[in-house]
Design a protein around this ligand. Structure first.
Ligand SMILES: Cc1cc2nc3c(=O)[nH]c(=O)nc-3n(C[C@H](O)[C@H](O)[C@H](O)COP(=O)(O)OP(=O)(O)OC[C@H]3O[C@@H](n4cnc5c(N)ncnc54)[C@H](O)[C@@H]3O)c2cc1C
Length: 406
């Protein structure tokens, strides 16, 4: 799409959604200025790189799309127009080859965000995108001009269109502090409360268990709540649990706690064995082994897994084979609250999707568009978050171009 007149667009928020939108707009001929309150762009993207930068997922697209809480709304069209294959091609176009990990997750070969970001910023520079860092956006003045706080001075700017890509409210130290919520709610825009997503949860461990096992992973388990079940790994922390399997269920766990003040999870410590198989193993002669050695030898349960059984039932060592097998297949965990949003990988909540039109423009604020995690959608870890941010960034940029066309 090319527009004859050179329109000026302000993109506020230099995370992946904002940068990808800026690239799309600049490629179409717009004059693009990017503002961010932090001294450097894309700090959360760089943080994501510490975990290898899981940029997207390789699973079948029909399954992929079901991972998004809002796939039935505008988000689906955005993802259809920027698919995981497009993401991989985009990385390749910035000299970053990608590979599919054993779980189907896609990573850049460097397993880092910094080389990709360097090349991305240099591509934006070549396109003439101008950056204004240390510029906090505070809203609009009485004439409808943007207001920024930069050092001591307040500046107002006028643009043909404004794209907000201010992120959610997790890891506020990286820039996305959610403070923009007050600005938009004061304009009567429905912004759902932020809640932690892809986060850990509090459990009241005994002192013994916490001291001995905090920091240890419980591998190859299945974790379930109600009808939702995932295979994976979880980490014991001094305050509770976190890790892949927990994140994958985090929205269901959070909703259950919101409703009931508590949530009950079940851990299957041997998901690849049936009850009968476990009972058969436990029915073999125990020799003179202690309870722990017997479980380690017969079922290869780790000391952590065995301590978890004891945490649930102090008298487990005298339980019948049948009761023990049942407990191994479904260790109950009582979860009290999500960990703080300050350390959550993402946040739920944000601008209600009913507030934006098919161009990603706020229905009540003509010329103001929004994309990325600041919109009210959720997805698990696995590359879905970045894919969603890129896709909505592109969709909003294309929406701006359509809206600007005479
Ligand atoms: C530890 C961690 C690991 C992660 N790992 C992965 C992963 O492997 N794969 C994955 O898909 N996702 C991952 N994520 C999530 C992913 O990084 C985010 O979903 C994504 O960065 C959101 O992009 P965004 O552009 O919407 O917002 P952000 O990246 O949050 O960017 C928003 C920008 O807006 C700026 N801003 C906010 N308010 C203002 C204001 N008032 N004025 C000016 N500027 C403002 C901020 O400074 C920030 O730069 C991870 C997140 C964390 C915290």
């Amino acid at each position: 799409m090319n527009i004859k007149q050179r329109h000026s667009v302000a993109v506020i928020g230099a995370g992946p959604a904002g940068l990808f939108a800026a690239q799309t707009l600049a490629q179409a001929g717009c004059h693009v200025e990017v503002f961010d309150q932090k001294p450097t762009p894309a700090r959360k993207f760089l943080m994501a790189g510490r975990g290898g930068l899981n940029i997207t997922h390789s699973e079948n697209y029909q399954t992929f799309i079901t991972r998004y809480s809002a796939a039935q709304n505008n988000l689906k069209a955005a993802l259809d127009d920027f698919t995981p294959s497009d993401m991989r091609a985009w990385c390749q176009s910035h000299d970053e080859e990608t590979f599919v990990g054993s779980s189907g997750r896609v990573f850049p070969k460097s397993m880092k965000a910094s080389p990709l970001l360097r090349k991305w910023l240099s591509a934006l520079d070549e396109l003439g995108v101008v950056f204004h860092v240390r510029h906090r956006w505070d809203g609009w003045d009485k004439d409808g001009h943007l207001v920024f706080t930069s050092g001591e001075s307040q500046k107002t700017q006028a643009r043909d269109a404004v794209l907000l890509c201010l992120g959610g409210a997790s890891w506020p130290s990286l820039g996305s502090d959610g403070a923009w919520r007050n600005v938009l709610t004061s304009k009567n825009i429905d912004v759902k409360n932020f809640e932690p997503s892809n986060c850990g949860f509090e459990i009241k461990w005994s002192d013994y268990f916490r001291t001995k096992f905090a920091g240890e992973p419980l591998k190859a388990i299945s974790l379930s709540i109600g009808n939702s079940k995932v295979m994976g790994e979880m980490m014991i922390t001094d305050k509770g649990i976190e890790g892949g399997a927990v994140y994958a269920l985090s929205s269901t766990i959070r909703r259950t706690i919101n409703q009931n003040n508590i949530a009950h999870l079940l851990i299957d410590l041997r998901p690849n064995m049936s009850m009968d198989e476990i009972q058969a193993k436990l029915s073999l002669p125990r020799a003179r082994h202690s309870f722990s050695t017997w479980l380690q030898k017969s079922l290869k349960l780790s000391p952590l897994a065995i301590a978890l059984l004891r945490e649930e039932n102090k008298d487990v060592s005298s339980a019948s084979v049948q009761d023990l097998a049942r407990l191994i297949k479904s260790v109950p965990l009582t979860v009290l609250a999500p960990f703080s949003i300050d350390r959550a990988i993402s946040s739920a909540g944000g601008i209600s999707l009913s507030e934006i039109d098919e161009n990603y423009m706020l229905k009540n604020l003509s010329g103001v568009f929004a994309a990325g995690e600041m919109l009210d959608w959720e997805a698990p870890t696995g590359g879905y978050l970045l894919q969603g941010c890129f896709a909505t960034g592109k969709a909003a940029a294309k929406g701006i171009l359509r809206w600007l066309q005479p």
